[in-house]
Every structure is written in C-alpha cells, then in structure tokens.
Ligand binder design. Structure first.
Ligand code: HSE
Length: 340
C-alpha cells in the first residue's frame, strides 16, 4: 500500500517512527507492508520517491530542519507543490497530519478533495476538515468509492470513533461527555501539584500535546472542534461553533484550583454533547466522580447508549506516538478491507 503524508510535525513523525520500528511486526502479523512514497510540509520542503522513502533518512532530515537534507537518489523529486505531489504520487492513501485550522479547515480540505480526485482514500489526524466539512467530505468520498477515516482527530489513537461507530453499531447513543483535550487536562493536573500555568503549558508543548497555536487548547476550541466531529460522526448533526458554549481554562488560577481541592473537588474541562447541541467548559467535579481520576494527557469519553448503558473509554488524548498510532490504525483498517 503506497501512502502519501501531508504534514511532518509531531504526528507525522510519530507515524513514521512507528512504521520504522514496527515494519517487521506489521509484515509478519498482518501481511502489511506499506511504502511511504511522498511527504509534504508547509515550509520544510517535500519529497516524492515512487519506490518508497527511507524512514530513518526522513526523520534525520526533518530533525535537521528541512527535507532538503534527505540524500539524493535516482527518481527522487524534491519540493513539488503539495497539489502537484498529490496528483503525481500514485499513492492509494492520503494521510493528512498537517496543522489544524478550525476556522477554514484549509489548506487541508482542498488537499483532501484533490486526493479524492486522484482516487485516494483519506486518513486524517487534522481536525479542521472533519470539524467543518464532514458531510461534504463524506459525500465526495462516497461518490468516489473511497473511505474517509479520522480516528486521530479525537483522543489520539484511543479508539473513540471506532468504539462509537463500529463496536457500538446497533446501539443508539443519546449523549457523550468527557475530557477530550490532553493539553488542558495535563495542565490542570500539573497546576494542582503547584506548577504555574505558564510552566504547565510549556511542558504540555514539550510533550507534543499542544496545538501549534496552544490558545486553541487553553481557550477550549480544540475540544470544541472534537465535539463538532463527534456530533457529526455519532449523531449525524451539523453543529457549528456558533451554536456551542465554549470556555477554556485560561481564566482558572492556582487559587481556583486550590479552592476546589479544599472543597473535595477538582477542575476539569468537560465536553458534553447530545443530538441537539454541545458545550465545552471547565467544571468543578467531586473527587469521587469517575472523570476526576483521569489525569495528565489522558482523556476519557463516556457514551450513553440504549442497550449497554454508559460505556467509558479512557486512554491517551494527545502525543507523538499516541496520535501516530491513530494513522496506523486507520491504514490497517484499509489494508484489512482490501484483503476481504
Ligand atoms: N492539542 C490536542 C490536545 C492534541 O491537547 O488534546 C490532540 O488532538
């Protein structure tokens, strides 16, 4: 399976590390032997090699600051525009792991449409296109007979969408709530231990949890974008930010956190959605509440169902390998589909 990757930041690099480290196991266990034929970045160059790029050389080049540092070899094309690369790469799957833009979804959305025109399946970790244009993307993918997979957009590789859409198929989900941003949950946990807001944010950035612009995390928009994705995927509802309450954690001080502790409570940034609406806001919850024990970069999502009652999933919410794995899970699903 030939893959093309757009975006070679934390998530893209995590994915390539997994391909490098697990190549033999993926081949032996699943008969899966992907080739990464193209990598495109916004400002650090692009590479196309039909016979497959070398993972170590890619990671070394990007660690050095630019894909121009990738060694010369026959057939290698450098610095094509992303549009040209999509048209020329001949890959079966486009992996979109570029920077999320929750206002326009661009340029990722146009790359997705171009990839469908080039007959590729879509796998996204980029939240923008799914949060803003899920219905159109899904319709266009269906019209082309292509899959649209986006596990990495919510709770990193923790299988929240697979749980809701596949494992719980047949149940009616009436409601979902939980902690769906890793950065803010990590910060609240660290601040409870006495760390300052700015130091906690710097650590979340260093751990690869935060968005490129971390105001999206701390002001609640990242969680709100994920709520839009869940609303579209679970409830077939096209919500917009305009009809949501969105508040983040930037107004929460160490004093607020200590006051909650003294009262036997803890602040959490809670997302809540039903078929008719969604909200993201910080809430004080009792220490005995199931979500109170979800700490650090860990996230949790409770789905309320008619047949099973509440089902709660707890796992990584962000991170390099954790989100890189989401891309792997999606391409493995495409691989299994091809084998059937
Ligand atoms: N910035 C996001 C978070 C990354 O902290 O949850 C995962 O979507």
């Amino acid at each position: 399976m030939k893959l093309a990757l757009i975006g070679f930041g934390t998530v893209g690099q995590g994915f390539v590390e997994i391909l490098r480290d697990k190549g033999a196991a993926l081949r032996d266990q699943y008969g899966f032997a992907p080739q990464l034929v193209a990598v495109a970045t916004r400002s650090r160059g692009s590479l196309l090699l039909a016979s497959g790029l070398d993972y170590d050389a890619l990671l070394t080049a990007i660690a050095g600051g630019h894909l121009d540092q990738y060694p010369d070899m026959p057939g290698l094309q450098r610095n094509l525009s992303t549009e040209a690369l999509i048209q020329q790469c001949g890959a079966e799957v486009l992996l979109e792991a570029g920077t999320t833009d929750l206002q326009s979804g661009q340029p990722a959305l146009d790359y997705c449409y171009a990839a469908l025109d080039a007959n590729m399946h879509l796998v996204l970790a980029n939240k923008g296109p799914i949060a803003l244009a899920y219905n159109e993307l899904r319709e266009r993918a269906q019209a082309k007979g292509k899959r649209l997979l986006f596990e990495g957009t919510v709770m990193a590789g923790t299988p929240s969408l697979r749980l809701a859409l596949q494992a719980l198929a047949g149940c009616t989900i009436s409601e979902a709530h939980g902690i769906i941003n890793g950065t803010t949950n990590y910060m609240l946990t660290q601040m409870e231990g006495g760390m300052s807001y700015s130091e906690a944010l710097a650590q979340a950035q260093a751990l690869g949890y935060a968005e490129a612009d971390p105001t999206a995390d701390v002001d609640g928009w990242d969680a709100a974008g994920k709520a839009l994705i869940l609303a579209a995927a679970l409830f077939n509802q096209k919500l917009t930010f305009a009809n949501m309450t969105v508040r983040g954690i930037s107004q929460i001080s160490l004093e607020d956190i200590h006051a909650a502790r003294t009262a036997g409570e803890r602040w959490k940034l809670i997302a809540h959605l039903t078929p008719s609406g969604a909200s993201v806001q910080p809430m004080r919850i009792p220490l005995a509440h199931p979500l109170a024990g979800v700490s650090g970069g860990t996230n949790a999502l409770t789905l309320s169902t008619d047949l099973l009652g509440d089902v709660t999933l707890i796992g990584a919410g962000a991170g390099r390998k954790q989100t890189g794995f989401a891309l792997l899970a999606d391409v493995l699903e495409l691989h299994r589909m091809k084998q059937r």
